[in-house]
Design a protein around this ligand. Structure first.
Ligand SMILES: [Zn+2]
Length: 253
């Protein structure tokens, strides 16, 4: 830890001499230098925290997180008969943590790993890929702000529902929001197209959906940086579909 700290101070000092009008070669050299130093940093939490130092640190860390993981390294989340005493990637038994599948009901899938940078990256990548490929969900880096809304039911009525704020669902290449609603003391799950929710809700909630759709159109979906490049392209295509769809209906004119 002491070594990491002294390295960091060294990097921050170098950083003092950087400015926006540096020639690109100097910026690249600094990127390479940081890349080399940070590659020796093993604790995941310390590594992630360096993103906050400035834009170049952020880029080095984000580039590392979004690099593809070899398919043979992918871990699979488990919901029952879970070995919890060792890291599922490196087998070490200290400094363990768990990645929860926020979309699951009990028994919720989890992955157990240690806080080593590589183990954590593989765990997060596995979780995101499984969520996207099997559950058709994009896990967001920031939760959706809307908590509750009205949803349409297949019998033509409407219900109050609670929104799952941590992810968006992809069904037939369209972006949906997953909600829970209660009826006769039972809890049901439903996925609703984001455009439909904008159409049927009223007042402040309608405005919140309009803001969310505009934000997606303008900035894309803010997904976790652990998605690999192919997944990122898939997500961008989904967003394009959403934009094409909303243009058709002249949503904002
Ligand atoms: Zn490990």
């Amino acid at each position: 830890m002491k070594d990491i700290k002294s390295n960091l101070i060294y990097i921050i000092d170098i950083n003092k001499y950087m400015s926006n009008d540096l020639p690109i070669t100097k910026v690249l050299n600094c990127y390479e230098l940081l890349n080399t130093i940070l590659s020796h940093m093993n604790n995941f939490d310390d590594f992630i925290r360096t993103r906050l130092v400035n834009k170049i640190f952020n880029k080095v860390v984000t580039d590392y997180l979004s690099k593809s993981v070899n398919n043979s390294n992918i871990l699979s989340g488990k919901g029952t008969f879970i070995p919890i005493n060792y890291c599922w990637y490196c087998n070490k038994s200290n400094d363990l943590t768990q990645i929860n599948y926020c979309q699951d009901y009990h028994p919720r899938r989890i992955i157990i790993v240690c806080k080593n940078k590589i183990c954590m990256k593989i765990a997060y990548t596995s979780y995101l890929q499984e969520s996207l490929n099997i559950d058709k969900l994009i896990i967001l880096s920031k939760p959706i702000l809307i908590k509750e809304c009205i949803i349409p039911r297949s019998n033509g009525t409407f219900n109050q529902a609670t929104i799952n704020q941590d992810y968006l669902a992809i069904i037939d290449n369209k972006i949906h929001i997953k909600v829970d609603f209660k009826e006769n003391d039972n809890i049901y799950i439903k996925c609703c197209p984001i455009i439909k929710l904008w159409e049927i809700n009223k007042g402040a909630v309608k405005e919140q959906f309009a803001d969310l759709i505009l934000d997606i159109k303008k900035n894309g979906i803010r997904y976790l940086p652990f998605f690999n490049k192919i997944d990122t392209i898939k997500i961008q295509n989904y967003v394009q579909n959403l934009i094409d769809d909303s243009n058709e209906k002249n949503l904002f004119i």
